[in-house]
Design a protein around this ligand. Sequence first.
Ligand code: FE2
Length: 340
Amino acid sequence: MGRTERILVADDDAAVRALLRTLLVRAGYDVVETASGDAALAVVTSRRAVDLLLLDVRMPGHDGIAVTRRVRANPATALLPIILVTGLGALEDKIAGLDAGATDFLTKPFEAPELLARIRAALRTKAAIDRLESAQGVLVALANAVEAKDPTTEHHCDRVARLAVGLARSVGLDAEAIEAVGYGAALHDIGKIGISEAILRKPGPLTDLEWSAMRGHPATGARIVAPLRLGAFVGPIVRAHHERWDGAGYPDGLRGEAIPTGARIVSIVDAFDAMTHVRPYRAGLPLEQALDEIRREAGRQFDPGLSEIFLAQHATLAAAAGEVTAASFTGGLYAPPGVN
Ligand SMILES: [Fe+2]
């Protein structure tokens, strides 16, 4: 989008690097060069924007395949296009590269038109993925806007997302489910966008009519997140975040394990965060009291098994929540307020 695309070239052979640089700069790209896989990893993780990696397979230290594996394993860089440069007939390298998650290969000696065509193809795919991601970014911005309607809940969604991801990890959910929990938690109250601030900020008890407006927010939220790439996972979490283990919640009155795991996780951490921070209708509770409340409600409001894990690990989870970076649970898609 106007910005010159930047390609990271990693090769221990200075002559090859110089050749690639000349070709790529002539084709209009920005080039960053490194002479080793370790230096390439340092650039990629330094938050310096790189759009594509062109890696020699054979390099001392972390070779191209090891770098590919590392880049794929980091949610913040997992979707970066990676082209591996292999020697002629290096079938084993190609198989290992594919297993590691390489996007494409280039065989030495290569022709400039082929190199540029492979780069254009990989960048087109990345541009499509970026557009998808920015759609998710819009929703996160919306969630932040909802939070802004009620200043007393400032950073609530952000904290809940971090705690929820921590709990999802300790329960052993897989990477995709953890990502969905992160989004579900960040966006859980997005349906409140349709509720007036007079109701959201009302210090006293709500009237029946106001309550019914409030109780509509999970279903509204689920409709809003439906178009997300992860919509099939995130929607049910948003819809069910006010369900109760004993079946007395809303909107569907689901009971026990019929409630999606992600929603049971969000329900606990949402309540915990709400209890420990000031709300319009009451002051924040001391930590011990909030934990007691979760203990008391385990098996009633909350999943007893998840509550037990949360209670046993709340200190670690709270500490770890501070370490979860904006990118680490959503493939770089989620930015808490004030970041990016
Ligand atoms: Fe809610």
